[in-house]
Design a protein. Structure first.
Length: 206
């Protein structure tokens, strides 16, 4: 489906009654956060809220201790179990409860705890990230907690250009940005593409 159809489907989920969790997965630079933001902006804050997976990045200091700083963004550089626990809370949120979720700040390169408030009255939670359909370790517990999961498809040339531009915007030199994308981001993309067949729908973006 295209993005207009995706937004319409998200609206149907929000209006179906009760709490629904929509997952959006795709390779780095595919446009997951852009699609999530469009859904939330179109439906409005009383109907939808975005809770990205990226809030569960391990801190840079922890990645240094683990010897994984140069692999930031790989599946093992997130607190997957913590993300699962949050999704469980969001699915079974109590009346009048507000759940506070973490947010990843690209300008800081770190997650910020308690940055996103999710009131129990909001029917649709949109969560996006790379590993929602990943089958290893705690990640395998994510998909059963999602009411639907969509895979975002985009031409690789477009996606890579976006990624390089993003890294440059947040401080890398052009050469360093390209090196990181082709080494780290593309290694992760191979893992993510292998999960595409598990998605409920594919969303084609330009």
């Amino acid at each position: 489906m295209d993005t207009d159809a995706a937004v319409a489907r998200a609206a149907e989920m929000a209006e179906s009654g009760g709490r629904r969790i929509l997952g959006i997965v795709g390779c780095p630079g595919a446009g997951k956060s852009t699609l999530a933001a469009r859904i939330v902006a179109t439906l409005g804050p009383d109907w939808a809220v975005s809770v990205p997976m990226d809030g569960f990045h391990l801190a840079n200091s922890m990645l240094v201790d683990l010897g994984r700083r140069d692999c930031k963004g790989a599946a093992d550089t997130f607190d997957a179990a913590g993300y699962v626990a949050l999704l469980e809370r969001l699915r079974d949120q109590h009346d009048d409860e507000v759940v506070y979720a973490p947010e990843f700040r690209r300008d800081l390169g770190e997650g910020i705890a308690g940055a996103i408030a999710v009131p129990c009255s909001v029917p649709l939670v949109v969560t996006e990230g790379n590993y929602l359909l990943h089958g290893d370790d705690a990640w395998r517990e994510v998909a059963p907690l999602l009411h639907e999961c969509w895979y975002v498809d985009v031409d690789d040339e477009v996606r890579l250009d976006r990624l390089i531009a993003r890294h440059i915007h947040f401080g890398k030199t052009p050469d360093a940005a390209r090196e990181w994308v082709m080494r780290s981001d593309e290694a992760n993309a191979v893992v993510i593409k292998a999960t595409r067949g598990r998605a409920d729908h594919r969303v084609r973006v330009e």
